[in-house]
Design a protein around this ligand. Structure first.
Ligand SMILES: *Cc1c(COP(=O)(O)O)cnc(C)c1O
Length: 389
C-alpha cells in the first residue's frame, strides 16, 4: 500500500498491493468468482450489513478488482474511491445516469468524445434530461450564464477529443461547486499523472483502455470520485449490474505499474514528431496542447504536468484523398480506433460534422498517437509518406 506523501512514480508501484490481497507475491492473484462462501448463517447476516466491506458476491468484485480500484484512488489525492467499468464509455454513461434525473439539465463540453455525445442525444434525451453544449474555450463566467435551477452536472474533457482545446478546468470546476453543481471530467488524455483532476472536479473518468492498460488488449473504464459522489456512482453501477472481469482488472493493474515510464516516452516521441510536423510546408496547425497553435495552450502550461502522445495536425490541403494517400503510405502507424498502447496510430478525423460551436480548422485533419517506438524511425516513416501526398 502506498503512503499519501509518496510521489506518483512510487504510488504507481506500491498502490493497491495490500498484503491481504497479494498474500506475499508481488501482484494480487486473479480471483475468479461468482459465489463467495460464508462460514455460517451468522456470518452471512453480518456481511449483509455492509456488502461493500469485503467478499460478498462476484458482481461487487474481489481482491483483483479492489486492488486496481484502490491503486487508481490513491493516484488522486482527495478521492473517496473508484468504480471500475467494462469500458470508458460505460464509465461515462453510468456516471451521468447516477447524477441526472428527468427534468434535469446537463452542461456538456462541445469537444467531448463522440460516443459521449451520442449517449446524451439518445439515452439522456429519452429520460428527459436536456444536454446543453458549451464552447470548450468558454470561461467560467460565460458558462455560468447557461446555468438554470435545473442544471445538475457540468461535464468537461480537456484537452478535447480530436481538436485538443484545453479548458480552464480549475475555474469551471470552482464555479460549478459554488453553484452546487456536480462536475465530471473525462481525463483520459492526461491521466492523473499529468493532471490530477480530482483536485478540482468531483468525478474523474478514465478510459483505462488507453494509457492505464497501455498494451491495446483490454477494454476498461474507471470513475474516481470525492466522498458523497463516490457512493452515488457505486450504487448506480451495482443497480445496473455493472462488473469487471478479474482477468481484465489484472492486466490493467499490470499496465498501471509502468504507466509513468511509458507516458514519458509517449511525451518525448509526441513532441519530437509534432515539432517535425510543424516545420513541414504541407502542414497547417499542429493541434498539440504543448504548441501555441493549440487553443488553450496557456492553460495547459499553467495546469498540466506534461503531455501525452495523442495530437492532431492539419494539412494545408482540404483534400481527403490526399490525406488518405499519406496515411495509407505509413508503415509504422496502424490505422485504427483507440490509442494509448505501445504502438503508433494514424487516423483521418473530421470533427466539423459533430460540433455545435464550429470554429475548427478547414484543412484535412490527421490524428496521431505516438507509441513508444524510436521517434527518428517514426519521423522517417512520415517523411516517406509525405512524398506520396
Ligand atoms: C476511448 C475514449 C473513451 C471511451 O473508452 P472505451 O474504453 O473505448 O469505451 C472515452 N473518452 C475518451 C477521451 C477516449 O479517447
Amino acid at each position: 500500500m502506498s503512503d499519501e506523501k509518496h510521489r506518483p512514480a512510487t504510488k504507481l508501484v506500491e498502490a493497491g498491493r495490500r498484503k491481504e490481497w497479494t498474500q506475499g507475491i508481488v501482484n494480487p492473484a486473479v480471483w475468479r468468482a461468482s459465489t463467495h462462501l460464508f462460514d455460517s448463517c451468522a456470518h452471512l447476516k453480518e456481511a449483509s450489513k455492509n456488502p461493500n466491506a469485503g467478499l460478498y458476491y462476484g458482481r461487487r468484485g474481489a481482491p483483483t478488482q479492489w486492488s486496481l480500484a484502490e491503486a487508481l484512488t490513491e493516484l488522486e489525492p482527495g478521492a473517496a474511491g473508484t468504480v471500475l467499468y467494462p469500458s470508458g464509455t460505460a464509465a461515462i454513461a453510468q456516471s451521468l445516469l447516477a447524477l441526472l434525473h428527468s427534468g434535469d439539465k446537463l452542461l456538456m463540453v462541445d469537444s467531448c468524445y463522440e460516443p459521449t455525445r451520442v449517449f446524451c442525444a439518445t439515452f439522456l434525451k429519452r429520460l428527459g434530461v436536456e444536454t446543453i453544449y458549451y464552447d470548450p474555450l468558454a470561461c467560467a463566467d460565460e458558462v455560468a450564464t447557461l446555468i438554470t435551477p435545473q442544471t445538475k452536472a457540468l461535464f468537461l474533457e480537456s484537452p478535447g477529443s480530436l481538436t485538443f482545446e484545453v479548458q480552464d478546468v480549475p475555474g469551471l470546476a470552482a464555479m460549478a461547486r459554488a453553484k452546487g453543481i456536480t462536475s465530471l471530467i473525462d481525463n483520459t488524455w492526461a491521466t492523473p499523472l499529468l493532471f490530477p483532476a480530482l483536485a478540482h472536479v468531483d468525478i474523474s473518468i478514465l478510459a483505462a483502455t488507453k494509457y492505464v492498460v497501455g498494451h491495446s488488449d483490454v477494454m476498461i473504464g474507471s470513475a474516481t470520485a470525492r466522498a458523497g459522489v463516490f457512493e452515488r456512482i457505486r450504487t448506480t453501477a451495482q443497480r445496473l449490474g455493472n462488473c469487471l472481469s478479474p482477468d481484465d482488472a489484472y492486466l490493467a493493474a499490470r499496465g498501471l505499474r509502468t504507466m509513468g515510464v511509458r507516458l514519458k516516452q509517449h511525451e518525448a516521441g509526441g513532441l519530437a514528431v509534432a515539432r517535425w510536423l510543424a516545420e513541414r510546408p504541407e502542414v497547417g496547425r499542429v493541434l498539440h496542447p504543448a504548441f501555441p497553435d493549440c487553443a488553450g495552450h496557456e492553460l495547459w502550461q499553467r495546469d498540466f504536468l506534461g503531455s501525452s502522445g495523442l495530437f492532431a495536425f492539419e494539412l494545408k490541403t482540404p483534400d481527403a484523398e490526399a490525406r488518405a494517400r499519406l496515411i495509407d503510405a505509413l508503415s509504422l502507424f496502424g490505422i485504427g480506433f483507440s490509442w494509448g498502447g505501445f504502438e503508433s496510430l494514424a487516423l483521418p478525423i473530421d470533427p466539423q460534422s459533430i460540433r455545435a460551436h464550429a470554429k475548427w480548422p478547414t484543412g484535412a485533419l490527421v490524428r496521431l498517437h505516438i507509441g513508444i517506438e524510436d521517434s527518428d524511425d517514426l519521423i522517417a516513416d512520415l517523411d516517406q509518406a509525405f512524398a506520396k501526398l
